[in-house]
Write a protein that binds this ligand. Structure first.
Ligand SMILES: Nc1ncnc2c1ncn2[C@@H]1O[C@H](COP(=O)(O)OP(=O)(O)O)[C@@H](O)[C@H]1O
Ligand SMILES: [Mg+2]
Length: 184
């Protein structure tokens, strides 16, 4: 079964494929509605029919399923997926909402591990992760700041990645995002 975390990995992979090196992710979970917003600085493509499975910039196969599946996941619970182009050199913004108490909602899965997987696979990507609670924003990860603090060029050390993962897990739990939530 695809979890929200699986979808998130797909979205981040799309940003990486669009040559983004900076990705800002915002999470909020309020009144059973989970909201995720991803803003990247990659090369934006035309978003027309983007959730049509036959629209893909892949060279290896002719269908792209990430966004159509995410759209189905969100709309199946009464939520939505929306994407917008931020201008020629400014990347893409994607936002989706899932009603996590809907009978068809998927569990969150391990969102924190998605980020450490992405950092490990694509060390050139920088993240800012923000949680929104009662209209207040809290930054829970800033890889540029963390690298400066640790005086390293990339976050590859396993101990550092584990630390980042645990920090994220703790902060996401504070707004009610835990791995199992959403299992129907
Ligand atoms: N963040 C993004 N920036 C630029 N283009 C994107 C982004 N996300 C998706 N796209 C475009 O939408 C297409 C469809 O995405 P997706 O459904 O995930 O399928 P796939 O990644 O397999 O092509 C991609 O091939 C790409 O052209
Ligand atoms: Mg994809």
């Amino acid at each position: 079964m695809r979890t929200i975390a699986d979808h998130l990995f797909d979205i981040l992979e799309n940003s990486v494929n669009a040559h983004a090196n900076k990705i800002m992710v915002t999470f909020s979970f309020c009144k059973n509605l989970f909201l995720c917003r991803v803003i990247d600085n990659g090369i934006a493509t035309s978003l027309e029919n983007i959730t049509d499975p036959f629209v893909t910039s892949r060279k290896t196969r002719k269908v792209g399923l990430g966004l159509p599946l995410l759209k189905a996941t969100t709309e199946g619970t009464g939520g939505y997926l929306k994407m917008s182009k931020l201008g020629k050199r400014a990347g893409t913004s994607l936002e989706f909402v899932v009603n996590m108490t809907h009978i068809d909602a998927r569990p969150f899965g391990d969102i924190s591990v998605v980020f450490t997987d992405v950092l490990r696979s694509w060390p050139g990507i920088d993240f800012e992760i923000i949680v929104l609670k009662s209209k207040e924003e809290k930054k829970i990860l800033d890889t540029i700041e963390l690298k400066e603090l640790l005086d390293v060029n990339i976050l590859q050390d396993i101990e550092i990645l584990n630390f980042v993962k645990e920090q994220l897990r703790k902060e996401l739990l504070k707004i009610g995002i835990n791995q199992q939530f959403g299992v129907s």
